[in-house]
Design a protein around this ligand. Structure first.
Ligand code: R5P
Length: 296
């Protein structure tokens, strides 16, 4: 493999350093700042000519992160990089995959289109695939998806005695079934009705499956945490044990982490696709393997 040159967007320094160790890659110097008028200043302070370049940018705050990322990719191409790839451990704008109301923007398609114009390849972890069955339906670059299930399953095996996995909605079933098989645990998948951004109802009916075990709630994204809180409260109301809550991507909208803790989660754990105090599960090795598969 050609030795890649990685650039960390702000906040991604630790993940980028871990990737560089696994890949024996160089880390380049990148300056990003805002002018007083709010525009972005972007400068690459490492020679990219002829190099396989990758920018590492978790897109958990996509709107402010996007434009500096695009400028960085553009300048790398201008300065002669052989190819420019993107490592986005969390891929934003996957959830609006249909027009629910007339006039709505199908942002998953438009975002995919814009990123596909900027990058030759993309590595991400468990994108929110629901109506889109693969990234190839909307992305026209070379995309690799890293599944979190193996490391999450291993974490559960090592940290949770006698677990039963709970998926809060039908979309979660793809992750929950895979993780349950790897953790050697039973699972249930619940049904969620979403009434608004912070208003969901979830029914827990099958108490027998959950009794005498440690409930482990697993979802791909924790955003407002209202999905997880709806389940935590139901378990509490039924006298069932407090659950361990695992999110692959801890997006955590303001106050979400505090509210989920206060609702009665026994423990909240996420992977390091988004840096957070709950990021206990390390995916850098698996992401590095995917990057390696893309670099000649
Ligand atoms: C949506 O279907 C996802 O799989 C998650 O369940 C959802 O994004 C969680 O969002 P929140 O934490 O805001 O309830």
């Amino acid at each position: 493999m050609t030795q890649p040159l990685l650039f960390a967007l702000p906040g991604e320094e630790a993940f980028t350093a871990a990737l560089a160790r696994h890949l024996d890659a160089d880390i380049g110097a990148l300056e990003i700042r805002r002018f007083p008028d709010g525009e972005s200043y972007v400068r690459l302070d490492t020679d990219v000519a002829g190099r396989e370049v990758a920018f590492v940018c978790g897109l958990h705050e996509p709107d402010p992160q996007f434009l500096p990322l695009v400028f960085a990719a553009r300048v790398a191409k201008d300065l002669g990089a052989a190819r420019v790839g993107l490592v986005a451990p969390y891929l934003a704008y996957m959830r609006q995959d249909v027009r629910f109301k007339p006039g709505e923007a199908i942002t998953s398609v438009y975002f995919a289109d814009m990123l596909s114009h900027c990058f030759a390849w993309l590595v991400t972890v468990d994108p929110h695939l629901h109506r889109w069955k693969s990234l190839g339906e909307i992305y026209s670059l070379d995309a690799r998806v890293v599944p979190a299930a193996p490391v999450v399953g291993e974490w559960i095996k090592q940290h949770v005695p006698n677990p039963v996995l709970i998926g809060p909605d039908s979309e979660s079933s793809q992750w929950v079934t895979a993780i349950a098989a790897l953790a050697g645990a039973p699972f249930v998948v619940l049904e969620k009705t979403r009434h608004g951004d912070r208003d969901v109802t979830i029914a827990v009916n099958d108490d027998a499956a959950l009794r005498d075990r440690t409930p482990v709630l697993v979802d791909d994204i924790i955003s407002t945490a209202h999905t997880m809180m709806a389940v935590v409260r139901q378990l509490r109301d039924r006298g069932l044990p407090a659950p361990v809550c695992i999110g692959v991507h801890g997006v955590f909208a303001p106050d979400a982490y505090r509210e989920l803790s206060a609702a009665g989660a026994a423990r909240i754990v996420t992977t390091n696709t988004i840096p957070h105090e709950t990021s206990e599960i390390d995916l850098s090795r698996d992401v590095a393997d995917a990057v390696e598969s893309l670099i000649p």
